[in-house]
Write a protein that binds this ligand. Sequence first.
Ligand code: DX5
Ligand code: ZN
Length: 215
Amino acid sequence: MGHLLSASLLSADFCNLGRDIQAINESETDWFHVDVMDGLFVPNISFGQPVIKHINSLAKKPLDIHLMIMNPDRYFEDFKNCGADILSVHYEACTHLHRSLDRIKQLGMKSGVVLNPHTPVCLLEDIIYMCDLVVLMSVNPGFGGQRFIETTYDKVSRLKELIERKACDCLIEVDGGVTVDNHRRLVECGTDVLVAGSAVFSSEDPMKTIVELKK
Ligand code: DX5
Ligand code: ZN
């Protein structure tokens, strides 16, 4: 299987969200990446469940929801009802991560854990078997259009090694600053899912960029 592409709607045109979702539906993109921010865990606020419900009503591909919020467990059921297929929580925002992942799975969603750039992969040693997805942040979360942190390549390799050593069935996603210039090296290191926001939506030719990112 080749790598997957998850288009981050954070960089879409919010005045024409329906149009942009339609364009992604018709492209080679695999998932919709949906960034939820609470203004506490990250210094920015994005959008919440009412908007996601509308996204889901148009989206013809799975919703990959990235929760950048404190105490995310309060809303798992709501996100399930909004149409979440994959629900990812931050390691740094969950005191009882095992319980959180267990609940996400019980609700019938795929479970994801996100690591900030400063959080080492080795902290997943005893929880990796519960993860369907691990998301490595390659920028500090909160904003689209930031510069890729170069140490991420090595982090992907270390995560890949952990997944193989534990014989787990877990995908590696990289989120932040992914471009047509760094995507190939990320895939070579073991990345299964590339998130791309501004690379796609700020491109002069988004469809061409998607084809490039899928190569
Ligand atoms: C950042 C978000 C990302 C963001 C990526 O906090 O988690 O998903 O949309 O945007 P780009 O691809 O522009 O770095
Ligand atoms: Zn994200």
